[in-house]
Design a protein around this ligand. Structure first.
Ligand code: NAD
Length: 419
């Protein structure tokens, strides 16, 4: 039992236990690898529009500092608590190590329903959260990015607040900023593009035709919408998508560019079509070539895993599959090709890393350069995962996490234990 205990943290602990057993990591080394280095909890008071004061709980967890600064998104959602944030920070560590970035994992967030506050309140909350975090973050300490419920605008407010306190512009304090204030081309699209790129790679390896192939996407935010758009551009029919307001289904393929225009204007898929409305509870078990859960964690449990009818499971969200479901998928390895989250959605942190590098150097790249380098890193990590899974006869998730854990472990072993 730790301060982090809860369903999402327990899932990260459970997954780590599988990897640690597989790697025969001695018991006395495990806590050092797993338990977060630092956890910060802050109270963020703001003036509401009605003149009252409201206080929101904010968190930041920095998992390990062994390889460089920590890196990770900031989530604004009612579900956010210290355990969820810690689990997401741990997954970020394995992800960054898997793809070879010089970072430890971090995550942060505020327990807030962004739909229930005004834009002015959101700005006040974002700025206050960053202000509270200033003693604990920095371009070489901990670099934030967007996640569920936050976006480029929130990152711009974070960067501006930090810069005001430093007395100079410090663009490299956050990634996922607007291009106009030091962001990189290709970051907005990076995570979804990476999900689609890897799904395409697997389809080609499985000799599944792209043209006329089918895809289903849960979640139509940053990750889901760009994954859907890219799959659509490869010639797949995106037959179903969903978000927190409902789901849409069209066997002939949804008009994804039109749906993106609609969500940009209205904030959700609601109101796009009444004819195409569909039961969101059914979306994950539709028959399709590619299923991309791109919303939230723990949506695929053992019962859903038994009923999956996709050929490729491309995990755009973090932690969408529970450990029980992993056991089911392990027995269905020949039917469902899993691209695990820490690989599948890593395009986001890879391009965040490019943004940080460009900001530090004040030398900016063309979008083609960003995409070429992103895909190269994803290919390399995919090949490492596949080779490891085959060599050890283990699942793709175990293989991907084993590579990540091994890299962190090797760095800790060679640096030693201070003092
Ligand atoms: P977002 O806030 O932009 O979008 C989230 C989407 O999920 C929205 O469309 C929302 O309506 C939908 N959603 C919420 N509850 C839902 C429900 N019950 N059923 C169906 N849809 C629901 O967030 P995002 O940045 O796209 O992140 C989505 C996931 O991807 C998260 O797990 C996040 O940690 C992960 N991720 C994001 C990035 C990134 O670069 N943004 C990178 C790696 C991983």
């Amino acid at each position: 039992m730790t301060v982090y205990s809860g369903p999402v943290f327990d899932m990260a602990v459970n997954q780590f236990g599988v990897i640690a057993n597989h790697l025969s990591i001695p018991m006395d080394e495990r806590d050092r690898l797993l338990l977060p280095k630092r956890a910060i909890t802050v109270s963020c008071p703001i003036h509401r529009d009605d003149g009252t004061i409201a206080v929101y709980q904010g968190y930041r967890v920095q998992h390990h500092l062994t390889l460089g600064p920590t890196k990770g998104g900031t989530r604004f959602a009612p579900s956010v608590d210290i355990g969820e944030v810690a689990a997401l920070a741990i997954w970020m560590s394995w992800k960054c190590a898997l793809v070879g970035l010089p970072y430890g994992g971090a995550k942060g967030g505020i327990s807030v329903d962004v739909a229930a506050i005004s834009k002015r309140e959101l700005e006040a909350l974002s700025r206050r959260y960053m202000q509270e975090m200033i003693p604990f973050v920095g371009p070489h300490t901990d670099v934030m990015a967007p996640d569920m419920g936050t976006n480029e605008q929130v990152m711009a407010w974070f960067m501006d607040t930090y810069s005001m306190y430093q007395g100079r512009t410090v663009t490299e304090i956050v990634t996922g900023k607007p291009v106009a204030s030091g962001g990189t081309l290709g970051r907005r699209e990076a995570t979804g593009r990476g999900v689609a790129y890897l799904a395409k790679r697997v389809m080609l390896e499985l000799a599944l035709p792209l043209s006329g192939g089918t895809a289903v996407v849960q979640g139509f935010g940053n990750v889901g919408s760009y994954a859907a758009l890219e799959l659509h551009s490869y010639g797949l029919k995106v037959i179903a998508v969903s978000d927190h307001t409902g789901a849409l289904f069209d066997a002939n393929g949804l008009d994804i560019p039109a749906l993106m225009k609609h969500t940009a204007k209205h904030g959700s898929i609601k109101g796009f079509s009444t004819q195409l409305a569909f039961d969101p509870a059914e979306i994950l078990t539709l028959r399709c070539d590619v299923l991309a859960p791109c919303a939230m964690e723990r949506v695929i449990d053992a019962a859903v895993a038994e009923r999956l009818q996709c050929r490729v499971l491309a995990e755009g969200a973090n932690g969408p599959t529970t450990p029980d479901a992993d056991l089911v998928l392990d027995n269905r390895r020949d039917e469902v090709f899993l691209i695990p989250d820490i690989l599948c959605n890593s395009g986001g942190v890879v391009v965040s890393y490019f943004e940080w590098v460009q900001d530090l150097q004040q030398l900016f790249w063309e979008e083609e350069e960003v995409m070429r380098r992103e895909y190269k890193i994803l290919d390399r990590a995919f090949e490492a995962m596949s080779a490891r899974a085959k060599a050890d006869n283990i699942s793709h998730r175990t293989a991907a996490m084993a590579i990540g854990v091994e890299k962190v472990r090797a760095a800790k072993a060679t640096r030693g234990l201070f003092p």
